[in-house]
Ligand binder design. Structure first.
Ligand code: GDP
Length: 432
C-alpha cells in the first residue's frame, strides 16, 4: 500500500511526470473507453514495487485568490496521506517564494520527500539545479520529465521508502466501502454496526493510521476500512475531491474487497469508473452497490436496465456482483456483506490442478487457438499460481503466438466453470 503524491507549483511539469510514471499499454487501451482522460491518479510499477501515483495538479483551484491556499493545503493533505512525496520544482525559474513555502511545510511533515528538479535538459542546467539544495530537503534529483532522463535514478531511490512487508498480524477479511460523498457510506456503516462507535478499533501497528471497524455478527467476521467516519474538513472547498480521492485510494489499497457504492439517482460517473479501474488494476475483489434504490420508480425491467448500464460502463471486467440497496429502508444491507464475503472467498480460491486440467483441456481441444502462419499452439498443462489474487499459467509450445482474443476466451471459460465473480484474474502463457 504505497501512495506517492506529486506536489509543486503549477506548470513545473507534474502531469508530464505523472503520465510518464503511469503510462502503460493498459492505460492506452483504457483511453479508448474515454475514462482516463480526467485521471489524476494511476498505478505505476518499478522493479516489482507497485504504487499509486497522485498528481495534485489535477486538483487546481479555479479562482486566483484561493489558488495558493489550495496548493498549501494539498501539500498538508499529501503529508498526512501519502507514503512518500515528490516535490517538483523547475530549473528554469529557480527557487520561487511558493517553492520556499511548500518546502517549509514539507520540512515540518514527517514523510519522506524527494526534491525533483524538472526541465534539466543540458549540462548548464545541471549546475543551475544546485540552488535547490537551499530548500533544506536534502538530496535533489534532476530529471527531464519530457525525455525521461533521470527518472530511473529517481525511482530507484523512491522505492527505498516503501514498506512492502505486510505489517498486519490480523488475517480477517478487509472490506472498504468507497464512493463519492453522500452516496450513503456512513449510513450503511451505521446500519451495520449501529451508532456505537465503541466498536471502532484503530489497530495499533497497522499500515499508517487507518481506522478499522471490527464486525462480528450473524456469522460474519471481518474488518471494515473506515473512510466515511474520518471525514475531515478542508478549508479550501476545491480540495474536497482531492482529499476524498486520497482517502479512497488508501482504503482501496488496504482492502481485500472494494465495495463501490453509487447513488441510484446520480448513476455511475467517471470518478466511480476510475475507482473501479484502480481496484481492478490493484487486483482487488470488487462489487458494486447501487444505494437509494427506494428513490427510483421501478418496473420489472429497471434492475436489468441498471445492471446492463453499469456493466457496459465498467467493461471489459463485467463479472462483478451488483446489489441494489436502500439503507434507509434497511433493504439488502446484509446482502452486501454476504456478497463481499463471497467475493473475498472467490479471490482466495485455489483450483486443484487436476480439476483445472480436466475442465479446461477438453475446452481448449474443442476451441484451439487459431493457427498463425501455419504454426499451431498446443496448450499442454494449466496450473494456478500462488498469489493474493487468482493467476493461471498455461504451459504451451509457442506462448508468443497467443493473442488478446484467446486470452479473453480462456478467461471467460475459467469464469464460467469456476466462479470468480468480483475478482480480476490473470493469465500467463509460459513455454513448456
Ligand atoms: P456518505 O457521504 O457516503 O457517507 O453518505 P451519508 O451516509 O452521509 O448519506 C448521505 C445522505 O443520503 C444522508 O442524508 C442519508 O440519510 C441519505 N441516504 C443514505 N442512504 C440512503 C438510501 O438508501 N435512501 C435514501 N433515500 N437516502 C439515503
Amino acid at each position: 500500500s504505497n501512495i506517492v503524491a506529486i506536489v509543486g507549483r503549477p506548470n513545473v511539469g507534474k502531469s508530464t511526470l505523472f503520465n510518464r510514471l503511469t503510462e502503460t499499454r493498459k492505460a492506452i487501451v483504457d483511453d479508448f473507453s474515454g475514462v482516463t482522460r480526467d485521471r489524476h491518479y494511476g498505478v505505476s510499477e518499478w522493479t516489482h514495487h507497485s504504487f499509486t501515483v497522485v498528481d495534485t495538479g489535477g486538483y487546481v483551484a479555479n479562482s486566483e485568490d484561493v489558488f495558493e491556499a489550495a496548493i498549501r493545503e494539498q501539500v498538508i493533505i499529501a503529508i498526512e496521506e501519502a507514503t512518500a512525496i515528490l516535490f517538483m520544482v523547475d530549473v528554469t525559474t529557480g527557487v520561487t517564494d511558493l517553492d520556499d513555502e511548500i518546502a517549509a511545510l514539507l520540512r515540518r511533515g514527517k514523510k519522506p520527500v524527494m526534491v525533483v528538479v524538472n526541465k534539466v535538459d543540458n549540462n548548464a542546467q545541471q549546475s543551475d539545479a544546485a540552488v535547490f539544495y537551499s530548500l533544506g530537503l536534502g538530496e535533489i534529483y534532476n530529471i527531464s520529465s519530457m525525455t525521461g532522463s533521470g527518472t530511473g535514478e529517481l525511482l530507484d531511490e523512491l522505492v527505498k521508502h516503501f514498506d512492502d512487508e505486510p505489517v498486519e498480524e490480523n488475517t480477517l477479511p478487509k472490506f472498504a466501502i468507497v464512493g463519492r460523498p453522500n452516496v450513503g457510506k456512513s449510513s450503511i456503516i451505521n446500519a451495520l454496526i449501529g451508532k456505537d462507535r465503541n466498536i471502532v478499533t484503530p489497530i495499533a501497528g497497522t499500515t499508517r493510521d487507518s481506522i478499522y471497524i471490527h464486525y462480528n455478527q450473524y456469522g460474519h467476521d471481518f474488518m471494515l476500512v473506515d473512510t466515511a467516519g474520518m471525514r475531515k474538513k478542508t478549508k479550501v472547498k476545491e480540495n474536497i475531491e482531492f482529499y476524498s480521492v486520497m482517502r479512497t485510494i488508501k482504503a482501496l489499497e488496504e482492502a481485500d474487497v472494494v465495495i463501490l457504492m453509487i447513488d441510484a439517482v446520480e448513476g455511475i460517473e467517471s470518478q466511480d469508473i476510475n475507482i473501479f479501474h484502480l481496484a481492478e488494476k490493484n487486483k482487488k475483489g470488487i462489487m458494486v452497490v447501487v444505494n437509494k434504490w427506494d428513490l427510483i420508480e421501478k418496473n420489472n425491467k429497471t434492475t436489468k436496465v441498471f445492471e446492463d448500464m453499469i456493466r457496459q460502463k465498467v467493461a471489459p471486467f463485467t463479472d462483478v456482483p451488483i446489489i441494489f440497496t436502500s439503507v434507509t429502508e434497511k433493504q439488502r444491507v446484509l446482502k452486501v456483506i454476504e456478497t463481499a464475503q463471497k467475493v473475498y472467498d472467490n479471490r482466495k480460491k485455489k483450483i486443484p490442478t487436476s480439476k483445472l486440467n480436466d475442465v479446461m483441456l477438453p475446452i481448449i481441444e474443442s476451441f484451439p487457438p487459431p493457427s498463425i502462419k501455419g504454426k499451431y499452439v498446443k496448450i499442454k498443462y494449466i496450473t494456478q499460481i500462488n498469489g493474493v489474487s487468482p493467476m493461471f499459467a498455461f504451459f504451451c509450445n509457442l506462448p508468443q503466438y497467443l493473442k488478446e482474443g484467446y486470452y479473453r476466451f480462456l478467461e471467460n471459460k475459467l469464469r464460467e466453470n469456476f466462479d470468480f465473480t468480483g475478482v480480476p484474474i490473470q493469465i500467463f502463457f509460459r513455454q513448456k
